[in-house]
Design a protein. Structure first.
Length: 326
């Protein structure tokens, strides 16, 4: 049965996912500006009459929005339905790869095709057992190939690890987290492993370009200011403020306890990161609220950086239960 499924899945390799797709808007300056503001990217190459789009915006120009793309081919949906029928009902995005062949400029009209590039053999991961599905999108301006975007997901059957019964403590000391499933694990790869090694030692490390000294967080393989691949690190002081935030109410995931506040934290070093705001009720979080780094233990394997509100006069139950994985 498993062997038959693998053969059926492999038959989808090379089949189209999108044919003759067109960007809903030309490359344009307002979208470039919004992107740069959100990313905190002040590179002068992205402004002015000779501006180009940041290379990492490649996928932005191909997105279909809420209405999707009319040129979507049926093969991809058929493949996902086949995996659903095989019990692989959960999905998680694992990684993406982009290749840039030339800079995009305002006014460029984007076209693209997408193909199912590969479907892996059956794999067992910490999340569960399933198959990695990789699609490749070729992005063009006219007949010119300007970039390639590969996107990979894992369609899997969730693992249900058996629980080892433990002695029941008195009701007043039973941690609520004992009844909850484990939280999703952060994706650790060669580009960000140093960040997570620092977290394990209770150090929040920021990358610093060895050539132009620009700081960057999250970690990246190259400097987004000068392009250098050389870097070292500096340790964050842990002081910062809430730059923006959302309060999560829905959807409800078993490992989380809404409502809880997820903030975009601006550190005093000038970089920003996403994490939980704890120490105050989520409806008391405010933009500009001072926060201080601490580390929250989620389970025996996972510890995450969070930010505790330090605003004077604001008190209430902390929401450590809502810690999210980066």
């Amino acid at each position: 049965m498993v062997e038959d499924l693998s053969v059926r899945l492999k038959a989808y390799e090379g089949r189209p996912a999108v044919l003759g797709g067109r960007g809903k808007d030309p490359v344009n300056a307002p979208m470039i500006r919004h992107w740069c503001e959100a990313m905190g990217d002040t590179n002068p190459a992205y402004t002015g009459p000779d501006a180009v789009a940041p290379p990492t915006m490649l996928q932005v120009w191909t997105m279909g929005g809420l209405s999707g793309h009319e040129t979507r081919a049926p093969a991809y949906d058929e493949l996902l339905a086949l995996l659903d029928d095989a019990g692989c009902t959960s999905v998680v995005a694992t990684d993406c790869e982009q290749e840039y062949l030339r800079a995009l400029r305002p006014g460029d009209e984007i076209t693209f095709d997408s193909v199912i590039e590969s479907v892996s053999e059956r794999k067992t991961t910490r999340l569960g057992t399933g198959h990695f599905v990789t699609t490749r999108m070729d992005v063009r301006v006219g007949d010119e190939l300007v970039g390639t975007h590969r996107f990979r997901i894992l369609k899997y059957a969730p693992a249900h690890a058996p629980r080892t019964p433990a002695p029941t403590p008195p009701p007043s000391t039973t941690p609520a987290s004992q009844e909850r499933p484990r939280r999703p694990r952060p994706v650790v790869n060669r580009d960000n492993s140093g960040f997570w090694e620092g977290i394990s030692r209770h150090r929040l490390l920021i990358q610093r370009c060895a050539d132009c000294a620009t700081l960057r967080l999250p970690w990246l393989p190259g400097c987004n200011a000068c392009g250098s691949a050389a870097w070292d690190t500096v340790e964050a002081s842990g002081e910062g403020a809430v730059y923006s935030y959302v309060v999560m109410h829905h959807p409800r995931f078993p490992a989380f306890d809404p409502p809880y506040a997820v903030g975009l934290i601006e550190l005093v070093e000038g970089v920003r990161m996403v994490s939980n705001v704890v120490g105050v009720p989520c409806d008391k979080v405010r933009i500009g609220m001072p926060v201080r780094l601490e580390f929250a233990r989620c389970d025996e394997e996972l510890e995450l950086p969070v930010f505790r509100a330090v605003e004077a006069g604001v008190a209430g139950r902390g929401f450590e239960e809502g810690v999210v994985s980066a």
